[in-house]
Design a protein around this ligand. Structure first.
Ligand code: OGA
Ligand code: NI
Length: 209
């Protein structure tokens, strides 16, 4: 299968990921993929299939309203054939990252997220203590007409501290184990697609427990 994104482009992005532990990419997805994702998001939203997000791995997860207040919908490669090209792109990303950063990635998990007005996610790492297979975090924003000052910024903590507006088709890719980050309270509904590239398939996490 041929790459959807040029090798040179991946190398440029992954250089930054290696150096700063995160990379911000505008106009990330090809438009046909973006559209298929938006259509699915809309469909799930209309059907009211989003669920309140939880905190922690499946063993310890609980809804803690003081920590996060988004709702999520897990994507399933076998069910959501309309976004097959998206999964192909993620596969491509996994191969490039494995090669370039010498990680052995074997799977991924992705969900849509919807933050209501006032929603936030306090500072956290994406790698769980009990299940440490999340290696790389990927967030792609789906907010058309987002403007500065609407809140909902992704704040990257640490020496390269940064506030990132969740604008349409912007992606942020970062290390799940080291990058402390949070979502500041949003003044408007905020839509995104968030996922993780995994060291091992999540269903054998129990071996690690
Ligand atoms: C997360 C997360 C960031 C964002 O879901 O773990 O940190 O900008 N999301 O939506
Ligand atoms: Ni996070």
């Amino acid at each position: 299968m041929s790459n959807q994104i040029l090798k040179e482009q991946w190398v440029q992005w992954l250089d930054q990921l290696a150096e700063k532990e995160f990379v911000l990419i505008d106009n990330f997805l090809p438009l046909n993929i973006l559209q298929s994702l938006e259509e699915l998001f809309e469909k799930v939203y209309q059907k009211d299939d989003f669920n309140p997000a939880k905190v922690g791995s499946s063993y310890h997860e609980k809804r803690i309203d003081e920590i996060r207040s988004d709702s999520i919908y897990w994507l399933d490669k076998t069910q959501h054939s309309s976004i097959a090209l998206f999964f192909e792109l993620i596969h491509e990303m996994m191969q490039e990252i494995s090669e370039f950063l010498f990680l052995s990635l074997q799977g991924y998990e992705f969900h849509f997220a919807n933050y209501p007005q006032g929603g936030y996610y306090k500072a956290h790492l994406d790698q769980f203590k009990e299940r440490n297979n999340r290696m790389i975090s990927v967030v792609i924003y789906l907010n058309k007409n987002w403007e500065n000052g609407m809140g909902g910024e992704l704040k990257i903590h640490g020496e390269n501290e940064l506030l990132i507006e969740p604008i349409y088709n912007r992606a942020v890719i970062f290390r799940s184990d080291t990058i402390l980050h949070e979502v500041l309270p949003t003044q408007f509904e905020r839509k995104s697609l968030t996922g993780w590239l995994l060291k091992r398939p999540s269903d054998i996490g129990v071996l690690n427990y």
